[in-house]
Design a protein around this ligand. Sequence first.
Ligand code: 13P
Length: 333
Amino acid sequence: MTKATLEQTAEAMVADGKGVLAADESSGTIKKRFDSIGTDSTEENRRDYRHMLFTTPGAAEHIGGVILFDETIRQKATDGTPLVEIIKGAGMIPGIKVDTGAKPLAGFPDETVTEGLDGLRDRLAEYVELGARFTKWRGVYRIGEDMPSAACITTNAHALARYAALSQEAGLVPIVEPEVLMDGDHDIEVCDLVTEEVLRAVFNELAVQGVVLEGMLLKPNMVISGQDCPERAGVEEVAALTLRCLRRVVPAAVPGIVFLSGGQSDEEATLHLNAMNKMAGTAPWKLSFSYGRALQAAPLKAWSGKPENLAAAQAAFIERAKANGAATLGSYA
Ligand code: 13P
């Protein structure tokens, strides 16, 4: 697998007007989502729900890549067609979450380090066989007293870079996701400082470990006020501070930045991305999305586990996909 192939895949995922659908909820997370609509999290229901998303007519106009969970990349539709083939056939690129979750960081009880490096080379080889062309790994950073600690920042940066290097070795484009959580009552300036420090550590490690920047995507949080901050910054400020932070630390060689939504409402996530693209001018990277909740909240609710709601759910999904596609061009109205 050549460097050129990695670059082509990364660029296709963030082609004009396109972003990424994060549909890689682990078993625990998808159960929480299904609980919210009163639906049992059975393998069949998970398959039917995701099949609904992947077969939405016109989705590929706005969605360049789809992140899957291990179970999903092995699942087949009722007619026997693998879901991966459905995604490819529609013109989207399948990818896979390869971390095994954020686990308590020894000595730092309120923080985590993301695991999944043991045996990763072999797992990546299998995912290539199953049709994946990119991967995702999420490191998590909490803002609080003495947090994130240097231990949390360095261990997660190291793991993200090891994961990214292994992915590229296997010919897979790594989505490097360091997420500074929105939880807390901190203001936007604190988020700005922490995000800059976290991203700087990540890019230092990526450089140390020889990760090809042209063949990866960055999936960061936006610079945003804490969820419980009494005075939350508005759309223009979020966009301006996020852009300033990224310009300080993300090398121009990175082809795309695909934000996570991280608990923003779907409309907020779209407005923020749109404002950034309006403001960005000659930014060196594409500014796009890799949303989970902000793309799925509406279709999940519309679907509510009932096959007869399929058309309504797909309509809700395409509405969000289209809105975010427009936001990548700064033309969302
Ligand atoms: P959210 O957009 O719901 O934050 O999910 C994105 C994701 O993939 C988190 O790892």
